[in-house]
Design a protein around this ligand. Structure first.
Ligand code: BES
Ligand code: MG
Ligand code: ZN
Length: 491
């Protein structure tokens, strides 16, 4: 499929389908559209009337143009209310149009969306992102992927005199989002610490990034007792991955991105019971998936910042070698942890990963983790939690998230709640009470970052979609990749 900028006018374009966007409650035809409508024998106005099309966000309508017109179909998409219009409205509109066009077996599609509020380049980019993400399907595990013969071959963006570079950027960004989705979708018998490492090795080779792989012995030497405690019961070796992107010149800043990389979380001896979501715990490497997805995009986009991509990858399993509830672990900064719940394993692996990242002398650290069910209870499936020791960094990330169309809500690092994790025998326990569970998890992580500005993102909800949306399909969403890429580009 090819996406390109075209300077052909809507009136002259010919092909499979032309898609037009309308704001809610303002479904009036401009002079140009009136002319087009006339040329098409009233197809547009009749489609609006017959489907009671109001331009409500996410709604679409499609009609066949009668006669022998060289434009065969018209697609309408609702952009929603003007006051709610954001850049992401255009990303989602692109996705909705692509879905309708695919369903209608369109081969050549033109999308005519523009706006006075945003520059053509960024509009072309986000519409392309929406199209690519909506059309991505993960059929790797189907024996018969039922490929349709008729597919969208070309998409032309009309009314957006921009450079094709915008489309190139969209391709680079979505390649990272798609990698993250595929890592999350892959079950634990496909993506495990070894195959995850192979995937990251491929990124390193393809884009010329430095990769350090710390094996179990290396982690032992560094005193990563928290990470290794979690890894103990797995039959597969733990892998600590450190991938580095360095720009050509002197970097403006040095950043670290740390992702939770549990390729499966059984809960350990505090085993997850049936119905607790154990069957979806292949998604517990969603933080690592976003981290390495972002690495893939960033390596292609080449911003002038140095970025360290880190994950302590393992499974949380059960066996005679498993850590016991009550065990005391020593993390690589010397702090001791009484494991009162083996299912709070993500924070243990992140503890050592954060200590490692902190020693790199970076200007900022962002960690991403499918850390707590409590965060889903607090914010639902579409919004990630954000905790920080540096409000400026949080504000920067929020700006990046907004353009990315990803939602984060800042939560308190309420230090008083740390009392819940006081241990009589070690420096701390790894869990507090049920109340405020995502906050105590963040407070636990804070123990492993010294002075580096730090943001913790709990992405347990948004990494996975139960139902398709305009741009996501059911399953892994690749959440946070776009925000991280924006952070790298805008920092
Ligand atoms: N991986 C889970 C969190 C999770 C839950 C991610 C649902 C995605 C969807 C994490 O390791 C976990 O088990 N957390 C526990 C913490 C508790 C034991 C304090 C939880 O949320 O129940
Ligand atoms: Mg767990
Ligand atoms: Zn987990």
């Amino acid at each position: 499929m090819e996406i390109k900028i075209s300077n052909i006018s809507k009136l002259d374009w010919s092909g499979g389908a032309l898609a037009l966007g309308f704001l809610a409650d303002n479904v009036e035809l401009s002079e140009e559209l009136k002319q087009l409508d006339q040329k098409l024998g009233d197809t547009i106005s009749e489609l609006i009337n017959e489907t009671e099309f109001t331009g409500k966000v996410g709604t679409t309508a499609i009609a066949r143009v009668g006669g022998k017109n060289s434009l065969r179909k018209i697609i309408l998409v609702g952009l929603g209310k003007l006051e709610d219009l954001t850049l992401d409205s255009f990303r989602r509109a692109g996705g909705s149009i692509a879905r309708v066009a695919k369903q209608a077996k369109i081969k050549t599609l033109a999308i005519a969306l523009n706006s006075n509020d945003y520059e053509n380049e960024i509009l072309a980019q986000v519409i392309s992102e929406g199209v690519i993400l909506a059309l991505h399907e993960d059929k790797r595990f189907k024996s018969d992927p039922e490929d349709t013969k008729i597919r969208i071959e070309t998409i032309e963006l009309l009314d957006l005199p921009a450079d094709n570079k915008a489309i190139d950027t969209a391709k680079k960004i979505t390649s990272g989002v798609i990698l993250a989705r595929e890592l999350v979708n892959a079950p634990a018998n496909a993506i495990n610490p070894i195959t995850m490492t192979e995937t990251v090795e491929q990124i390193a080779t393809e884009y010329g990034l430095e990769l350090t792989i710390l094996e179990q012995e290396d982690c032992e030497r560094l005193g990563m007792g928290a990470f290794l405690g979690v890894a103990k019961a797995s039959d597969l070796p733990p892998k600590f991955l450190h991938l580095v992107y360095k720009p050509q010149g002197t970097p403006k800043r040095k950043l670290a991105i740390v992702g939770k990389g549990l390729t499966f979380d059984s809960g350990g001896l505090n085993l997850k019971v049936s119905g607790s979501g154990i069957e979806t715990m292949k998604m517990d490497m969603g933080g690592a998936a976003a981290t390495f997805g972002a690495a893939k995009s960033i390596a292609q986009l080449k911003p002038n910042v140095e970025i360290h991509f880190i994950s302590a990858v393992t499974e949380n399993m059960i066996s005679g070698k498993a850590m016991h509830p009550g065990d005391i672990l020593t993390a690589s900064n010397g702090k001791t942890i009484e494991v009162n719940n083996t299912d709070a394993e993500g924070r243990l692996t992140l503890a050592d990963a954060l200590v490692y990242a902190d020693k790199l002398g970076v200007d900022a650290i962002v960690d991403l983790a499918t850390l707590t069910g409590a965060c889903i209870v607090a914010l639902g499936n579409d919004i990630a939690g954000l905790w920080t020791t540096d409000n400026l960094l949080a504000t920067q990330l929020q700006t990046c998230a907004q353009t990315a169309g990803e939602k984060f809500w800042q939560m308190p690092l309420e230090s008083k709640y740390f009392d819940q994790m006081k241990s009589s025998i070690a420096d701390m326990k790894n869990t507090g009470s049920r109340a405020g569970g995502s906050i105590t998890a963040a407070l636990f992580l804070q123990q492993f970052v010294k002075d580096t500005p730090w943001v913790h993102l709990d992405i347990a909800g948004p990494v996975w979609a139960e139902k398709p949306t305009a741009i996501d399909n059911e399953g892994g969403t690749g959440f946070a990749v776009r925000t991280l890429v924006n952070w790298a580009l805008n920092d």
